[in-house]
Design a protein around this ligand. Structure first.
Ligand SMILES: Nc1ncnc2c1ncn2[C@@H]1O[C@H](COP(=O)(O)OP(=O)(O)OP(=O)(O)O)[C@@H](O)[C@H]1O
Length: 705
């Protein structure tokens, strides 16, 4: 028999199984819909037993239907033939046959772990591991690994080669793909690490840290749904571009309850995408900013009244700037929250005015209480209060920093002169540009420092109320539905996540760790990152302190990934050379795929740069089938976008070197790498990131010296 015939026969075997699975799925779908209808009918019987029964039925039916309805590209992707002659198929969800026999085992179930972990050295009872690729409902390809030849029966066939490499050579789409069919052993160990505590995953570029973080979120939701779907899983990435890129992975794994945010959108009501040069971001990320902001929130409102004048029973009551400042400062001892102690400030005014009225011996002076009521009724007094002690929103106070004199006075003695000037130049354009990503953590800090004006408590809707206001007794089904709807209707400012996943953690600044910590007080954590890629150039001890505080004293589990699945070996060699210059001993991952095409290095004079960039991008679009990223220094992004106007489209994206964090493109055109390297102290690391984004082709364009 030829190899081809054997392969076709084996494909036919798998096709029969897949047909059976799809037929069974259709049956289950119909049964689930029926059960859900019947379950609700049972509820109308109204006795307790029927309610419990209905509960169980609806719970299973509703959940099942939701899972079954999801689209399942590559539903079954693996098969294990075991030493004891049994066999199982691994897929995106578990499916049982009519006699409850497992037709597919969910990839997250313990029985499926061997699919990812077995090796020839440690076969874990697996004789043959088979990877099955399919398009829609058709099996297109199979690849086998014979892990335990001694235990293989004579008729066991082994076909195909290199499933992983075949997957890695696929073209990149606009969104990241799941890797569920080809998770590697070291990755699997991190994915299935215990749900409690802190799981820390590190590794160089392209080692699958993001992929691991997302598959881990899916794994946790599967392994303890009540806890993680109920409390919520928050996934945080560095930028909006990145969050967009990863947003389809969890849904493709059948999980749609996790909440994804970038560091610019974590605060309710904000969607900030503007990055800042690493130097400025480092200053804004320092814990010292908290002290600066503490000064700001205790300051007088810019443009606010500097004196209070009231005509009272023919006499002038007057408080000048010094008295007003003293009243404000007394009402705001350190730690007091400005929006919450407004009443104390107003009482201070009353007190000072009353004392003055006594001193002036105003005739017919009423009781102090009545005097205060009279003032409180007066429009001019109320207008004064609104101007002197307004309810402040964090963005109001941030806007105060646009005034260089104020900013300098808040920062004096806290930041160095050079640091202050970086802030002055950044905040000068705040009104025009809006806040940047590092500012979002400052806004969150201001929110905490100032507190919120007391608001009447909102009544919460009780998800367990059934018709007529009766509280449901048996609640499995409702809890399940409530958990799903909780994910969509969770308060924008929700802070009680059960698990927080932080990607690109090396770039989370101390101030950003504080912002994350506020949302993860009850959470276990998965933190993934690569210290070598950091743009943070501040005090490392400060960073460690802030991070440890956010993560708490929970037990830590550490994992390191060692294979670069993204870059061709040729491209990673160029990136490695840059990081080696500043860190010769850094352990680097191994790139497993070679294309034979080295990166192309071009140069251009300043005048030619626009044309050369456009030409290189156009060429790149013809050389690769998938996506092209044009990566620029932060300050050049807007102009490069203009240069490429006509080329822009779904396949081409222009990002600055900071937005490129975590991203992946088939082809990358890197504009003026020397400017990225030399621009800031974090330059070489930022360039290392930019150079390690491409899967197939890389072109660099530097200015001619
Ligand atoms: N086991 C795997 N099978 C197939 N593809 C994989 C596997 N692991 C990682 N990849 C692919 O490698 C690429 C890099 O993965 P990912 O973006 O998760 O790496 P990373 O470690 O987060 O990288 P970086 O630190 O550079 O941002 C992605 O395209 C991912 O799908």
């Amino acid at each position: 028999m030829t190899d081809r015939t054997v392969l076709d026969q084996e494909i036919a075997v798998e096709q029969r199984h897949l047909d059976r699975v799809y037929a069974r799925l259709e049956q289950l779908r119909q049964a689930a819909a029926r059960a859900e209808r019947d379950g609700y009918r049972l509820a109308r019987v109204g006795n307790f037993g029927a309610l419990v029964e209905r509960d169980a039925m609806v719970f299973h039916a509703a959940r099942r239907r939701h899972v079954l309805d999801a689209e399942h590209e590559g539903l079954v992707f693996g098969r294990l033939d075991l030493r004891d002659s049994s066999m199982l198929h691994v897929g995106r969800l578990g499916v049982r046959g009519e006699r409850s026999e497992p037709l597919v085992v969910d990839w997250r179930a313990p029985a499926a772990a061997a699919f990812y972990r077995a090796t020839a050295a440690d076969p874990q009872g697996v004789v043959r591991r088979r990877m099955i690729s399919s398009a829609g409902e058709r099996v297109t390809r199979i690849e086998d690994d014979l892990l335990d030849p001694d235990a293989a029966p004579d008729d066991l066939r082994v076909v195909g080669d290199g499933a992983l490499l075949a997957t890695l050579s696929r073209v990149t789409g606009t969104g990241m793909r799941d890797i569920v069919a080809t998770i590697q052993r070291e990755q699997d160990e991190a994915i299935r690490s215990p749900g409690a505590g802190v799981t820390i995953v590190s590794g160089g570029p392209g080692t699958g840290k993001t992929a691991v973080a997302l598959h881990r979120a899916a794994y946790l939701l599967y392994s303890d749904r009540a806890r993680f779907a109920g409390g919520g899983v928050l996934v945080v990435g560095p930028s909006g571009v990145f969050v967009n890129y990863i947003s389809s992975v969890l849904p493709s794994l059948g999980e749609d309850t996790a909440t994804l945010h970038s560091l610019g959108s974590l605060v309710a009501g904000l969607t900030v995408t503007r990055t800042e040069p690493a130097g400025t971001a480092t200053v804004k990320g320092s814990l010292r900013m908290r002290r600066l902001l503490e000064r700001a929130v205790r300051d007088a409102v810019p443009g606010g009244p500097t004196e209070l004048r009231l005509l009272y029973r023919g006499q002038l009551l007057r408080l000048g700037r010094t008295e007003l400042d003293a009243i404000r400062e007394r009402a705001l001892p350190r730690g007091a929250r400005r929006n919450e102690v407004r009443r104390v400030g107003i009482d201070g005014l009353f007190e000072a005015l009353w004392r003055q009225a006594l001193e002036l011996r105003i005739g017919n002076l009423p009781e102090q209480r009545e005097f205060e009521d009279e003032l409180a009724d007066r429009t001019d007094f109320r207008d004064f209060i609104r101007a002197w002690w307004p309810r402040l929103h964090p963005r109001h106070v941030l806007a105060w920093l646009a005034d260089p004199a104020r900013l300098r006075s808040y920062a004096a003695g806290i930041l160095s002169r050079a640091e202050i000037e970086l802030l002055v130049s950044s905040y000068r354009s705040l009104a025009a540009d809006g806040p940047s990503i590092p500012d979002v953590a400052l806004l969150d800090e201001l929110d905490e420092l100032m507190g919120r004006p007391p608001r009447p408590a909102r009544r919460r809707r009780d998800p367990f109320l059934v018709a007529g206001g009766v509280r449901e007794v048996s609640t499995y089904a409702d809890r399940e539905r409530a958990a799903r709807s909780a994910a969509t209707s969770r308060d924008e400012d929700y802070r009680e996540y059960a698990h927080v996943v932080v990607d690109e953690a090396q770039d989370v600044s101390p101030m950003q760790w504080r912002m994350l910590g506020r949302r993860g007080r009850l959470a276990s954590w998965t933190v993934v990152g690569d210290p070598a890629q950091t743009a943070w150039t501040g005090d490392p001890a400060e960073l460690t302190r802030a991070r440890d505080k956010a993560l708490g004293r929970r037990r830590r589990h550490e994992f390191t990934l060692s294979t670069n699945y993204r870059n061709s070996a040729e491209i990673f060699a160029a990136a490695a050379a840059v990081i080696r210059e500043i860190d010769p001993d850094l352990p680097l991952p191994r790139a497993v795929r070679s294309t034979g095409v080295p990166p192309e290095a071009r140069t251009a004079g300043p005048d030619e740069l626009p044309a050369v960039t456009a030409e290189a991008a156009a060429k790149m679009l013809t050389e690769v089938e998938g996506t092209v990223g044009v990566i620029t220094p932060v300050q050049r992004r807007a102009e490069v976008r203009d240069w490429l106007g006509e080329l822009s489209g779904p396949r081409l994206q222009v990002v600055d070197a900071l937005q490129a964090k975590g991203m992946e493109y088939d082809g990358v055109v890197l504009v003026t790498p020397a400017e990225i390297r030399d621009g800031t102290p974090a330059g070489p690391r930022t360039l290392y990131v930019a150079l390690s984004r491409a899967t197939q082709r890389l072109t660099t364009i530097d200015l001619t010296p």
